[in-house]
Structure formats: structure tokens, C-alpha cells
Design a protein around this ligand. Structure first.
Ligand code: ASP
Ligand code: MG
Length: 413
């Protein structure tokens, strides 16, 4: 559909009645310009965390299907209230659950992926002149059970809807002004990036810059959806995420990210034989555990150590799987370390600049930060370090690549 925009509002943007009215006001204004609006909304404030807490009050191991049933309620509150706020303004609006909005997912409860969007209902409501408000983060699987898309999943709902509806743009409204060269809470002179490519944004998102769910960036890149990350607290333009010509990407490092949601797992004395890594990582994959950095030490007496990092939230689940695999392989003990964090540099020009990684290691060395594990790709270099050193490390690396706001410039403004 042309002349249509998808807007996503995060949890802080709808946390209070006042905030919710501000969102309704913004939507109403857009619509008065003659633009169709499909809005995707997250659960209010800390609602999702609160629901998770309630589940754990009942049991340590809530069934994942029931977890989805529970968590999906958070977004339903938001869509209904927003529809009411629009109705009060005389703006025709309708709230829809993910299932009603045609979001079809696979079967993986709590981490489902969107398989298809069936936009018939949405199009019908939009054509009737209504603002449609779709519950983010949720969908329905083949057997008509409610699924959720993993933390931050409303972003993915929004981008998938924008793709399915052929919207002109997907605006992601959040509580920060856009995507920065580093977390501004850690690096005070971090700079707002006006534009980033899908590839860079994907790395920034996966490496811990929590402004967008990585999956949302993947979907945007696949369908060439123009995404704008901006604040719901002001009218500043924010950061545009779009396809960029390699020519434009002569900047080597665009940002430094850090991630504390990391645990390091070590499986000792793994037999050094073909098929062993496959056994370990396919078991983790089947269990829905995402593995990030992987290192295998050199073989000594026919055994090696397998070291890898996972999300800290997956720790209990991963340990169960590893205990099983350990038995099957007759390997040594499984050890986990939660006192680690990951610092990374991201930039599309890195492939052709071999000195970049060396500069990062130099900055960490001067700061006295020990690197435990390194991994590199075409557009990033990541280091696992001790968690308590993470803020110092980010500032040192950010300075090394001169990413900050120029203090001289600031004074002149
Ligand atoms: N409410 C969910 C969460 O907190 C989804 C989202 O906000 O995107 O993760
Ligand atoms: Mg969120």
C-alpha cells in the first residue's frame, strides 16, 4: 500500500497514561496529514519483566507454551489502551492481537520466528480508514497456539508488517534519539549516527546496542525496508537504517558496543575426533540456545577444550544440554563463567583495513584489560573480557578510534 507508514512504540513510550496519550497524539497528527498508520506496540514499561517474575514465583521451569500465553498479555493491554486513546480523539482505530494481525510463526515457543504475514485483515481495516494497532512480539503457530518472538520482538513485528504491507517506512520509536557510536550512558561523548547500513546495524544490534532486535534488522535487509530509529520524546530525525553503497562506507569503525548478557561455557577434555563439534552445537541449536564466539584449543593427548559464549539467560538450559552431551561424549567437566562481557567494534570498511583489530587490542592493553577470547568477522572484532572492566574498555576503544563528539565543535555550537 502506498502512503502508509508503520510505527512501532516501545515499552517506555507507552508506560504511563500521559505517554500513551502522547503516542495517540503523534499517530493522530500523522493521520491528519493523509497518511495511513499501522502501529505496533510493546508491553508497557517493565510489564514483560514483571510477568516473567510472576511465572518464576510459581515455578522455576514454566512450560514455554504457557510462558508465551502469559507474556502475550502485556502487549494486549497496550494495544487496547492505545485504541481507546485514539477513539477519545475521534480517530477511528482498531486493536488486533498478533494472530488477528496475520502474524504466522514457527513452533519455537518464546523464540518464534515469523514465517509469514497474512495482511488481509490489516488491509481491510486500513482501507476502511482505521488506524490499526497490532500487538508486537507475538504471533500464532500452525497449531493456533500463541507464540512470542524473543525479547525485543516487537521491532521484528513492525518491520515484518512494513514489508508485508509495502509501507514507505518503518519508524521505531524508543526512549533514545537513535543509534550511537557507543552507549551514551557509558561514553558521555558518544555521537548519534545519522545513517547506518543494514550490515552494520545488524552487528551493532547483535552485539548489544539494544535499540533494535537483530532479527528485525535481518528482516529489514531481506525486504529492503527503510527503518528510522527515533525518540518518542521529541521530533528529532534519529538514525536511518538502509542499504548503503560500499563507496559511502569509507569510515572504518562506526561504533563500539558492549554486551553484559554473556556467559562463557567451557567443556573440558573433549575427544579430538570428527563429529564432536557437530554433536555439541547441534544439541544446543535444537534446544534453541544461540551460541556466539566459539574457540577450540589445540589438541593435547587427543583431547581439546571447547569454549563458547551464550546469552546469560540461556545458562540453565545450556548447562542441562551440555551435561547430557558431556555424558555421551565422555568429556570432562562443564564450567561456566558469568563474570564476562563482550566488547566489539563494528564497521563495514574493516575487511580492507587489517590494522584495525590491532588498534583495538592496543587500546585494551594500555588500559590493562585482559582479553580472554577473540572473534572476528568481515565487519566486526569482538573480545570477551572480565565484566567489571567493560566500561573502561568501551571508553578506551571509543577514544582510540576518535568516535566521540569533538569537544571543540561542541563549544562552538
Ligand atoms: N515486551 C517484549 C519485551 O520486553 C517485547 C518488546 O518490547 O519488544 O521484550
Ligand atoms: Mg522492548
Amino acid at each position: 500500500m502506498s502512503n502508509l507508514i508503520v510505527q512501532k512504540y516501545g515499552g517506555t513510550s507507552v508506560a504511563t497514561a500521559e505517554r500513551l496519550h502522547a503516542v495517540a497524539e503523534r499517530i493522530a497528527r500523522k493521520r491528519s496529514e493523509g497518511v495511513g498508520v499501522a502501529a505496533v506496540v510493546s508491553a508497557r514499561g517493565d510489564m514483560t519483566d514483571e510477568l516473567i517474575r510472576q511465572a518464576h514465583e510459581i515455578t522455576d521451569r514454566p512450560p514455554r507454551r504457557e510462558m508465551d500465553m502469559l507474556l502475550a498479555t502485556g502487549e494486549q493491554i497496550s494495544v487496547a489502551l492505545l485504541a481507546m486513546a485514539l477513539d477519545r480523539r475521534g480517530v477511528p482505530a482498531i486493536s488486533l492481537t498478533g494472530a488477528q494481525g496475520g502474524i504466522r510463526t514457527d513452533q519455537v515457543h518464546t523464540k518464534a520466528r515469523i514465517r509469514a504475514v497474512e495482511p488481509k485483515r490489516l488491509i481491510r481495516e486500513l482501507e476502511a480508514g482505521k488506524v490499526v494497532i497490532v500487538a508486537g512480539f507475538q504471533g500464532m503457530n500452525e497449531v493456533e497456539d500463541i507464540t512470542t518472538l524473543g525479547r525485543g520482538g516487537s521491532d521484528t513485528t513492525a518491520v515484518a508488517l512494513a514489508a508485508a504491507l509495502g509501507a514507505d517506512v518503518c519508524e521505531i520509536f524508543t526512549d533514545v534519539d537513535g543509534v550511537y557510536t557507543a552507549d551514551p550512558r557509558v561514553v558521555p561523548n558518544a555521537r548519534l549516527l545519522p545513517r547506518v547500513s543494514y550490515g552494520e546495524m545488524l552487528e551493532l544490534a547483535s552485539l548489544g546496542a539494544a535499540v533494535l532486535q537483530p532479527r528485525a534488522v535481518e528482516v529489514a535487509a531481506q525486504h529492503k525496508v527503510r527503518v528510522e530509529v527515533r525518540s518518542s520524546f521529541n521530533h528529532n530525525p534519529g538514525t536511518v537504517v538502509e542499504e548503503m553503497e560500499p563507496m559511502e562506507q569509507d569510515v572504518v569503525v562506526v561504533g563500539v558496543t558492549h554486551d553484559r548478557n554473556v556467559a562463557k561455557v567451557t567443556l573440558r577434555r573433549v575427544p579430538d575426533q570428527p563429529g564432536v563439534a557437530h554433536r555439541i552445537f547441534s544439541a544446543l541449536a535444537e534446544g534453541g540456545v544461540n551460541v556466539d564466539v566459539i574457540v577450540q584449543t589445540t589438541s593435547q593427548q587427543e583431547v581439546t577444550d571447547m569454549i563458547f559464549s551464550i546469552n546469560r539467560d540461556d545458562r540453565v538450559h545450556a548447562l542441562e544440554i551440555m551435561e547430557r552431551v558431556r555424558g555421551e561424549l565422555d568429556a570432562g567437566p562443564v564450567e561456566t563463567d558469568e563474570g564476562v562481557a563482550k566488547v566489539s567494534i563494528v564497521g563495514a570498511g574493516m575487511v580492507s583495513n587489517p590494522g584495525v583489530a590491532a588498534r583495538m587490542f592496543g587500546a585494551l592493553a594500555r588500559e590493562g584489560v585482559n582479553i580472554q577470547v577473540i572473534s572476528t568477522s568481515e565487519i566486526k572484532v569482538s573480545c570477551l573480557i572480565a565484566e567489571e572492566e567493560v566500561e573502561r574498555a568501551v571508553r578506551a576503544v571509543h577514544d582510540e578510534f576518535e568516535l566521540g563528539e569533538d569537544p571543540e565543535m561542541e563549544r562552538r555550537e
